[in-house]
Design a protein around this ligand. Structure first.
Ligand code: APR
Length: 309
């Protein structure tokens, strides 16, 4: 039997995630949204595409939490997106309320599920979701680093004119303006980036990566990115459902790793059926360590604002 994935929030990111799952026939999908009729309409539209995709996934929409019971994975994309001039952090209070509502709506009904948090500011929302759910920390994971790494790969690919498939990148820290792209752990077919690109060029690509989300918000004007966020979320869902043991940078609960305790922040992890199965601890040099700490502090400041520590 196919497993059930619930996507909370059937907006741009949620519906695009559902589309990828349906297209690949990875799981049955339940789309949940507060807006009446909208998740049902999008689910019906996706169902009608499945014959053309040769997919036998079932896609349904709902406004009722009871329908979410028995989900293997729940991706939370509900909340307000950014507009020009809005940072991810500006969404803090409104989206914390949405996370509290939705996570308390779903967690007891799917006690064995893995929660993937997409709503921004994501690291803080992952921490809120973990507290509200009462789940073990390894079962609540934030989506950020995998998207930021994909953006970094894209910009490296554009600069080097080499396929992004041959580029691996790592971005750590919070999913915000102080995220930490890691050139030393970024490679083109195994060759470390600093060996094939000047520091100036790398710094330029790092800046573009840090502001990759804002670049799209400024172009769209009415909302934020969703194709790449959905693709990143899809890969995390797939790694869990198929127990792939993939290594992705994700927001994970640090309990002493990297010298950080009690905070969700982006680090490389092994993702499998149990969620975060391992946190990979890298030996950071002085600069990396300093930038990582700065990024962790900015996440902890936001946590302080919503009094969740
Ligand atoms: N319960 C359920 N759904 C909700 C709730 C709620 N309490 N509050 C809002 N929603 C739904 C909205 O009705 C909307 O359909 O969340 C959806 C959000 O969709 P969009 O506005 O299209 O936003 P999107 O681009 O998908 O981004 C969602 O993901 O990447 C992050 O920063 C982004 O926090 C934002 C989230």
């Amino acid at each position: 039997m196919r497993k059930k994935v619930t996507v909370i929030g059937a907006g741009n990111v949620g519906a695009s995630t559902a589309q990828l799952i349906a297209h690949e026939g990875l799981a049955d999908v339940l789309l949940f949204d507060i807006s009446e009729g909208m998740p049902q309409g999008k689910a019906l539209d996706l169902s009608e595409a499945c014959p053309l995709w040769n997919s036998s996934a079932s896609i349904t929409g709902t406004n009722t939490y009871a329908d979410t019971s028995g989900s293997a994975v729940i991706a939370i994309t509900a909340g307000f997106p950014r507009k020009p001039g809005t940072s991810r952090d500006d969404l803090l209070h409104a989206n914390a309320g949405v996370i509290r509502d939705t996570v308390s709506g779903v967690s007891a009904l799917s006690p064995d599920s893995i929660l993937i948090i997409v709503t921004n500011p994501m690291d803080v929302m992952a921490q809120v979701a973990w507290k509200v759910s009462g789940f073990a920390p390894h079962k609540v994971i934030g989506m950020g680093g995998i998207l930021d790494s994909s953006r970094f790969r894209t910009f490296i690919s554009l600069e080097t004119k080499i396929s992004p498939s041959d580029i691996e990148a790592l971005v750590m820290g919070g999913h915000g303006d102080l995220m930490v792209p890691m050139p030393r752990f970024t490679t083109v077919k195994g060759i470390p980036l600093p060996d094939i690109m000047s520091k100036d060029k790398i710094d330029r690509l790092i800046e573009r990566t840090r502001h990759g989300g804002a670049e799209i918000v400024n172009l769209l004007k009415t909302g934020s990115a969703y194709y790449a966020p959905a693709a990143a979320t899809y890969h995390m869902i797939k790694a869990v459902l198929l127990d792939e043991k993939r290594v992705f940078p994700c927001a994970a609960y640090l309990d002493g790793q990297y010298g950080v305790r009690g905070t969700y922040v982006g680090v490389p992890v092994v993702l499998g059926e149990n969620g975060v199965e391992r946190i990979i601890e890298l030996d950071l040099n002085e600069d990396e360590e300093r930038d990582f700490r700065k990024s962790v502090s900015s996440v902890q400041n936001l946590l302080g604002i919503i009094e969740f520590n």
